[in-house]
Design a protein around this ligand. Structure first.
Ligand SMILES: [Fe+2]
Length: 437
């Protein structure tokens, strides 16, 4: 293969434009990169000064190269293509507002078509905004917090899709037992008596989003088959702000599930997990500038939250993680707000962030808040909640600090079909983080 000037990654490159010098290290999948790059790290190169026609020609070039193409997707005027070349997955996205083609090499991911699956079962697909114990006064105390979140989707094949996990303080023995029991009762059992978690997704590398997974796997791995893990974590070196305990989660996954299927998430990916479709709307590497690959411009780590849209039975749920105003500003300038419309929204960052444009783009008539009612209505947060409430129909806003809420995706949108009491209270000091630095 002929290499162009400045080309480092080893896949076909566009013929037009200029390849920016250097590459962006987008981080590893499950390895610890605290002390420097690993052989798992994804690398992104950017081709500047290209237009839509250049991208169309590039797509044809990839197809003619012998690469195996498994994804073609468009978001407004942006396009993307996923392909495997010499046994390595690549993801290329054309950004019409920046006139760039961004190409990412993912040595630690499976090709998307080998990660996804579309086998369906006859179980009703149900979404749960799972209840955690949030500090009653919206504070962080010695054994309580006001953050953390867990969502669970029981897919039609009887497996579970899990989002994040809650903070250590929200996983007393009582609370962690209850989460496992909830999952175990909800999922179909395999012949070996285990349940399938078909995929665990992490929005970002903060411990209030990873601890619950760590603890659950440590205590119940012999009753769980964890099949897939996906995230859009960046490199620890370039992206300060990871909670050290995100490494506890990585270690637990590797220890108990060495053969787990893995996916690094990138904007434009669209794939199935049983009857649910996942579309990646935003990934933190999107904000990287082609003239400063060694600079992460985001000041708030929460803006590294990957943003995804889940479609279940035609109904769309936007998961915003802990995203912040920096992502809102970036999306307004370079993203595609027109693809954000959804039928339900997860309120970002426990309702701590003021995001009026984002909630307008989503315009969701149903919302789930990963906090308790009091936390979202606290003096500091009420004006942020009002931006969500503008679009809510029939008071369909649900607070995960108050109860676990079940939703069914019907032709009339997401409908709350049941609720279950919160189990757990202040932390019992039964365990702690392993990684603290
Ligand atoms: Fe959080």
């Amino acid at each position: 293969m002929d290499m162009r000037d400045n080309q480092i990654i080893k896949c076909p490159m566009p013929d037009g434009g200029v390849i920016a010098k250097g590459f962006y290290n987008a981080g590893p999948m499950l390895k610890d990169d605290t002390n420097g790059p690993t052989d798992e790290d994804s690398r992104m190169q950017v081709v500047c000064n290209v237009n839509k026609a250049d991208f169309a020609k590039y797509v044809e070039k990839i197809k003619a190269s012998g690469a195996r193409v498994y994804l073609e997707n468009t978001m407004a005027d942006d396009g993307c293509i996923g392909f495997e070349y010499n046994s390595i997955p690549y993801h290329a996205i054309f950004s019409s507002k920046r006139n760039e083609i961004r190409i990412i090499e993912d040595p630690s991911s499976l090709p998307l078509d080998k990660f996804e699956y579309s086998e369906k079962g006859d179980r009703k697909t149900l979404l749960y905004a799972y209840a955690l114990y949030y500090d009653p006064a919206n504070r962080c105390e010695i054994n309580t917090v006001n953050c953390g979140m867990v969502y669970i989707v029981r897919l039609s094949d009887g497996s579970l899709f899990v989002v994040d996990g809650g903070y250590v303080f929200q996983h007393s023995k009582e609370a962690n037992d209850a989460l496992f029991k909830f999952m175990y009762d909800l999922a179909d059992k395999q012949e070996d008596g285990k349940i399938r978690i078909s995929c665990w997704y992490f929005t970002h590398g903060h411990d209030d989003h990873t601890d619950g997974c760590t603890r659950l796997l440590e205590r119940f791995h012999d009753k769980i088959n964890l099949e897939r893990v996906m995230h859009g974590f960046q490199s620890r070196k370039l992206c300060g702000g990871f909670s050290p305990a995100y490494l506890d989660m990585k270690e637990a996954v590797q220890k108990y599930y060495p053969n787990v299927k893995t996916l690094k998430m990138h904007t434009g990916q669209k794939f199935n997990l049983s009857d649910m479709t996942v579309e990646v709307i935003y990934a933190a590497e999107d904000v990287i500038s082609a003239d400063a690959f060694d600079v992460m411009p985001l000041r708030d780590f929460n803006a590294t939250s990957t943003i995804i849209k889940l479609t279940i039975n035609g109904q769309r749920l936007m998961l915003l993680g802990d995203t912040s105003a920096e992502t809102e500003a970036f999306t307004e300038q370079y993203g595609n707000p027109e693809v954000w419309k959804a039928d339900m929204v997860q309120v970002a960052h426990h309702c701590f962030n003021y995001l009026p444009k984002m909630y307008e783009w989503v315009s969701a008539p149903v919302a789930s808040v990963p906090n308790r009612f009091y936390g979202a209505h606290a003096h500091d947060n009420i004006h942020k909640l009002r931006e969500v409430l503008k679009y809510i129909k029939d008071n369909q806003i649900y607070y995960s600090g108050d109860a676990t809420y079940e939703f069914e995706a019907t032709e009339n949108g997401f409908v709350n079909t049941a609720s279950y009491p919160l189990v757990g209270k202040e932390f019992d000091m039964s365990w702690s983080h392993k990684h603290t630095v």
